[in-house]
Design a protein around this ligand. Structure first.
Ligand SMILES: NC(=O)c1ccc[n+]([C@@H]2O[C@H](COP(=O)([O-])OP(=O)(O)OC[C@H]3O[C@@H](n4cnc5c(N)ncnc54)[C@H](OP(=O)(O)O)[C@@H]3O)[C@@H](O)[C@H]2O)c1
Length: 332
């Protein structure tokens, strides 16, 4: 991975910042894009702490096609090529279908779909020009495979946009195959719930506080999956065992998966005790501040607790099996 050039959109916080840092740790040059320059500078400083890593900050609104073209141009001017492009910048709007203002609905589609289209076009152009080499990684979500309730509150434009990202990945792979382009790979990442500021930055018209739906995984886990994909590209990766189970279920028994997701979302994605005023969140104007990787939902702690619990269970199982075997040996 050393010396590879990686562009990450949405690098001012959350999964994007964690991903940029993970590539920097491998000695890659990272090109950081999002709207907040101050927060991108923080990401750049974190990245440059790693030996050999170089970072370039390019404030970019991904809904602006020309700005995204400029981002690609700056990356090539500075580092000579683009090996990996990570389309990651996204926003969310929670609310019943009829309650989310149309301007917010449109904005989610604009950032999460057209932002990815702009990124994919810019990346593919450069990758073709440099001789047909590179990896495009689109961050989708498990809701790209399993819809959150559509007959009930919550995040219709987001689910729609993530289904579109799945479709974009699939159709691009097919086009490249038909064209016989073997060196450009297109991958889709589907994380389950991740501990980032995403939920606080979302628009919310439900009247209830948005809560990260458990189980929650760490953004570093997604970042590792993205780095692994850059090394060994393949079609789609789900991050988080709970997400894998849900996606498997959605493929085998879609009606059941919709019912499970609807109930789970209603019970655990919105607070039953805390109200929230209507807000456009960070959809149209970015949240102030330096950005953060984590959202305070305990992804890292919970992952560690889950691992400890699994290790304890496995340990107990091994001990019990050992006791049974030694009793058997003694009896024999
Ligand atoms: N968190 C989860 O549970 C979860 C689960 C599954 C999938 N995902 C996906 O993972 C990706 C990252 O999510 P996250 O949780 O890290 O979210 P996040 O913490 O809210 O970060 C979103 C990033 O997108 C940037 N952004 C928003 N609008 C933009 C625009 N118009 N132009 C450029 N950048 C823009 C934000 O920066 P600025 O505000 O500075 O522009 C920020 O860097 C998204 O694609 C999301 O859908 C997240």
């Amino acid at each position: 991975m050393r010396e590879q050039v990686v562009v990450v959109t949405g690098a001012s916080g959350g999964i994007g910042r964690a991903t940029a840092e993970a590539f920097a740790r491998k000695g890659c040059a990272v090109v950081l894009a999002a709207r907040r320059e101050e927060a991108l500078e923080v990401t750049a400083r974190e990245c440059e702490k790693h030996r050999g890593a170089r970072a370039l900050v390019v404030p970019t609104d991904t809904t602006d096609a020309k700005a995204v073209e400029d981002l690609a141009r700056r990356a090539v001017e500075e580092f000579g090529r683009i090996d990996v492009w990570v389309n990651n910048a996204a926003v969310n709007a929670f609310g019943r279908f009829e309650d989310v203002p149309l301007e917010d609905f449109r904005k989610v589609i604009d950032v999460n779909v057209m932002g990815y289209v702009h990124g994919a076009r810019a990346a593919l152009r450069v990758m073709r020009e440099q001789g047909g080499h590179g990896t495009l990684i689109n961050i989708s979500s498990i809701v790209g495979a399993v819809s959150q309730p559509y007959s009930h509150p919550y995040s219709h434009p987001y689910s729609m946009s993530k289904h579109a990202v799945q479709g974009l990945g699939s159709s691009l792979r097919q086009q490249l195959r038909v064209e016989g382009v073997k060196g450009i790979r297109v991958c889709t990442v589907m994380p389950a719930t991740i501990d980032t500021p995403h939920f606080e930055q979302a628009a919310n018209f439900t009247g209830r506080k948005v809560v990260a739906m458990p189980p929650v995984y760490s953004p570093e886990r997604v970042a590792r999956a993205v780095v692994d994909l850059a090394r060994h590209p393949h079609r789609e990766v789900v991050v988080g065992p709970a997400g894998r189970a849900l996606v498997r279920q959605a493929r085998r028994t879609p009606a059941l998966a919709e019912r499970v997701m609807a109930r789970q979302t209603d019970r655990t994605h919105l607070s039953h005790t805390e109200d929230a005023p209507a807000t456009h969140g960070a959809l149209h104007v970015p949240a102030p501040g330096e950005g953060a990787v984590h959202g305070g939902w305990g992804g890292r702690r919970r992952t560690a607790m889950r691992r400890t619990a699994v290790a304890a269970l496995v340990g107990a199982g091994v001990t019990a099996a050992g006791r049974r075997i030694s009793r058997g040996v003694l009896a024999a």
